[in-house]
Design a protein. Structure first.
Length: 44
């Protein structure tokens, strides 16, 4: 069996999902609900 590196983006995506899951759980404990919002472009 050969090792196949999934790449940095794979690990970053997993980390992002793990952080969001924790934030949703914490918000629920406080009586809030997280919802997705539309990203606004940065003003320079």
């Amino acid at each position: 069996m050969t090792y196949r590196d999934p790449g940095a983006s794979y690990y970053e995506e997993r980390y992002r999902h793990r952080v969001l899951k924790g934030l949703k759980k914490r918000a629920k404990e406080l009586g809030y609900e997280l919802t997705a919002s539309r990203a606004t472009p940065a003003v320079s």
